[in-house]
Design a protein around this ligand. Structure first.
Ligand SMILES: C[S@@+](CC[C@H](N)C(=O)[O-])C[C@H]1O[C@@H](n2cnc3c(N)ncnc32)[C@H](O)[C@@H]1O
Length: 285
């Protein structure tokens, strides 16, 4: 049974990091009018109430989205991310930007979809999946599946459009998550080698991240780029100290766009690691 509830973490530093990358990738797909498909294998609930008991428990959003909203002169490249957060809160107090809700990946992505684009969402949790279905009820551009994300990817890729982005954002609550993830990536990349893939992973002392990199390096998958930020020193094995995203088949010059944004973001989210954002090609093209 799944225990993880994203509501505890909504809007935290890792959400900010992964969601900025997500929207930058989607923006690259908007450059051509050809339809694309956005596929989210671990979609969550789409909308999180920051006043809920879950979010209020540790108020993680204060070290994430709240820091961003308080920082002057954000780079133009994150404008659509900030606008998407604002739009979700727009029906709140008129004329004032109050932060009540934080959009999850499907709600953020939905704001960038054009009429010709489609979205496929998967979520396994029995509480989160119905929320996701309700949020997108009657939206004919979105299909929601209450199922295992890895199995769903294998069954549904490639999408009809043959153009698009797959976002894989597991909760890492099962021990062999990295293994399942790598196995799934190898399978789906064979089925759809030209898709763009973004995979979130925790940067945390007790996680087998080095092993994950090695598995990817020897997987036969090409064109793998990674970006990590670290916000607190990695001294406590059970504490999330940073956030990482693997990008397979990044758009042309994406490393340059991302580099500039992350140079700005890392100090905004920093709480003592004083580490610059780290980017590298795990496997070149
Ligand atoms: C980190 S949260 C996702 C957050 C969401 N992607 C976002 O950015 O707003 C991970 C989600 O994956 C779900 N989940 C866990 N294992 C899954 C699986 N095997 N297939 C699909 N969903 C799963 C969890 O219930 C949780 O909602």
């Amino acid at each position: 049974m799944l225990g993880y509830r994203h509501g505890f973490h909504a809007g935290n530093f890792a959400d900010v990091h992964k969601h900025i990358i997500l929207l930058l990738l989607l923006e690259s797909l908007l450059k051509k009018s050809t339809p694309f498909c956005y596929v989210d294998s671990h979609a969550g609930a789409a909308r999180y109430d920051l006043q809920s008991e879950f979010a209020q428990k540790n108020r993680e959003f204060e070290n994430g989205i709240v820091r961003l909203l308080k920082t002057a002169n954000p780079p133009a490249a994150i404008a659509s991310y900030l606008r998407a957060v604002e739009t979700m809160n727009a029906t709140q107090k008129k004329g004032r930007t109050s932060l009540r809700y934080y959009p999850g990946s499907p709600a953020l992505a939905r704001q960038l979809l054009r009429p010709q684009d489609q979205m496929i969402l998967m979520e396994l949790h029995s509480t989160e999946a119905p929320k996701l279905k309700k949020y997108f009820a009657n939206d004919h551009q979105v299909s929601v599946h209450h199922r295992d994300g890895y199995e769903g990817l294998n069954a549904m890729l490639p999408p009809e459009e043959r153009r698009g982005l797959v976002f894989i954002d597991p909760s890492y609550e099962i021990k062999d998550e990295f293994t399942r993830l790598t196995e799934a990536l190898i399978k789906i990349l064979r089925k759809w080698p030209t898709g763009i893939y973004a995979v979130w992973y925790p940067v945390q002392g007790n996680q087998p991240t080095a092993h994950f990199y090695n598995e990817l390096r020897s997987s036969g998958i090409k064109n793998i780029y990674l970006n990590e930020i670290s916000v607190v020193p990695d001294t406590e094995p059970n504490r999330l100290s940073g956030s990482g995203v693997i990008i397979i088949n990044p758009p042309w010059r994406f490393d340059q766009i991302l580099g500039a944004v992350m140079d700005w973001l890392a100090p905004v989210l920093d709480r003592g690691s004083h580490a610059p954002a780290h980017s590298a090609w795990l496997v070149p093209e």
